[in-house]
Design a protein around this ligand. Structure first.
Ligand code: LM2
Ligand code: CA
Length: 469
């Protein structure tokens, strides 16, 4: 792609959905850096609407996706100072911070006061704190009706969200200034929310004005949310790859359902042939915060071990830049993040309760993957070559002569014996332990062969960057 790929330490992104800034910082230092993550995607930090009650929830998570201004305000994730400190700590830990950037729209209808206290009037298309006035919004003031008409997809409203006229120089400048403020703090990349609903030329103009990331010597990494629709659909991911990378939803549909159903054979071929864009243009995931609610192939819910297997498989195969999902559990769609402290009911206020993997509702799937994020960095672009199968649900493959991984998508133990191209020696099983291992997690390759026992839904992964002793 044309933008700087993640390169501080590894290539793997983890989405710490709705995590508090100080908790992200701690996770960068204690878990993400040591286990090979290259970047963390954090929830949107700009001022957003505050909705005490909506769609059956108090302060739904999706408040964040309705921008009131570009101030980094107090939110339930912390203060502006907490945000800046988090960026510093993560960088010091070798983990880049990617911000989820809302550029297509502001809020829905209604009026109120945002998380930094700014007034907003969705009804009047007026946001004095930016400032945006009615002329800064597209003229089509109704929901997208014809998804096969690019003008509608780009210029009408998505979910009644007031659609910014990103062809206007002042609108572009406001967005560029917002992103540059974050870059100057050390933010190294952006997920461009709803990019499909912004003409690529507008995103190109916005990105052309971005600063270099301090210390990394290049532009920020951009990955654009361009979801392919089911039916006829005029806007395609490959229409945005000249601006930056794109999210490839085919991966989630293909891998998520196949792993869920225990169909592993044929998956590597499908990833080689059936994805939307080239491997180095795609960000991939088996689930994200939207698909786990609205379009489930696989998620933590009721599929824990199998979901971990799917995410481990994503990290073992060669297509795309992998993005790991780390969730909180919920019983209804709009439910906000778990909390034991006052920030649950006070998005602008007292900040006491950390995001905590010991609280059962913070699901923390990424921690189940151990040092697997070291795998893609160690194997590089080496192709995946199947070595051993046992039925449709068990698969082991090499990545050139640099890595080997095995997956048992069944409910019974797999006693695996397999040839491998890895040099003879002792390796750390990074799918089940740290990258620097002791005898408890080692796998030995002798005469080009290894044996291992994979439990139900078990995984195994070894690479030349993690040699045991
Ligand atoms: C995205 N990617 O392109 C986000 O990943 C997705 O989570 C966002 O939707 C969406 N685009 C817009 O940024 C979420 C959430 C919606 C929610 C919006 C805005 O999934 O449910 O919409 O954020 O907060 C809500 C209501 C919806 C209402 C809208 C405006 O659910 O019914 O539309 O607010 O008031 C009338
Ligand atoms: Ca638009």
């Amino acid at each position: 792609s044309t933008t700087t790929a993640p390169q501080a330490q590894g290539s793997v992104i983890v989405h710490l959905f709705q995590w508090r800034w100080e908790s992200v910082a701690r996770e960068c230092a204690d878990v993400l850096g040591p286990n090979g993550y290259g970047a963390v995607q954090v929830s949107p930090p700009q001022e957003h609407v505050v909705l005490p009650s909506a769609e059956g929830a108090e302060y739904p998570w999706w408040q964040d996706y309705q921008a009131v201004s570009y101030k980094i305000s107090n939110t339930r994730r912390g203060t502006a100072a907490d945000f800046a400190a988090m960026v510093r700590t993560c960088r010091d830990s070798g983990v880049q911070v990617y911000v989820d950037a809302i550029v297509n729209h502001t809020t829905g209808p209604g009026r109120g006061s945002g998380s930094a206290g700014s007034s907003w009037q969705g009804d009047a298309y007026t946001y004095p704190a930016v400032p945006y006035a009615s002329r800064d919004f597209n003229d089509c003031r109704h929901d997208i009706a014809d998804w096969n008409d690019p003008d509608e997809v780009w210029n009408c409203e998505l979910l009644a969200l007031r659609d910014l006229k990103t062809s206007r120089p002042n609108v572009r400048a406001n967005i560029t200034d917002y992103l540059n403020g974050l870059i100057d703090l050390g933010v190294a990349g952006f997920r461009i929310d709803a990019a499909k609903h912004v003409p690529a030329a507008d995103l190109e103009a916005i990105s052309a004005g971005l600063h270099d990331v301090p210390g990394y010597g290049g532009k920020p990494y951009l990955y654009q949310e361009v979801k392919e629709g089911g039916g006829p659909d005029s806007i395609k991911p490959w229409g945005y790859t000249h601006v930056g990378d794109v999210t490839d939803f085919r991966f989630h549909a293909t891998v998520g359902t196949a792993v869920r159903d225990g169909r592993l054979n044929g998956l590597l071929d499908a990833l080689d042939q059936d994805m939307a864009v080239a491997a180095d243009e795609a960000v991939v995931f088996v689930d994200n915060h939207d698909t786990q609610r609205d379009d489930v192939s696989i998620s933590y819910q009721g599929m824990g071990d199998r979901h971990d297997l799917a995410q481990t498989f994503m990290l073992a195969q060669p297509y795309g830049t992998p993005k790991v999902m780390s969730s909180y559990s919920y019983t209804q769609r709009a439910e906000g993040p778990p909390s034991t402290g006052p920030e649950a009911g006070n998005p602008a206020g007292a900040l006491t309760a950390p995001t905590d993997c010991d609280n059962a509702r913070w699901f923390c799937e990424h921690r189940n993957l151990n040092a697997m994020p070291t795998f893609p960095t160690a194997v590089g672009p080496a192709p995946a070559v199947p070595r051993t199968t046992d039925g449709d649900s068990r698969l082991a493959f090499d990545r050139g002569n640099r890595g080997f991984a095995a997956f048992n998508a069944t409910d019974t133990v797999w006693h695996l014996t397999s040839p491998t191209n890895l040099p003879d020696g002792t390796y750390c099983d990074v799918a089940n332990g740290p990258a620097t291992c002791t005898s408890t997690t080692t796998i030995t390759v002798t005469d080009g062969q290894l044996t291992a026992t994979l439990p139900a839904n078990g995984t195994l992964a070894i690479h030349v960057g993690g040699r045991g002793s």
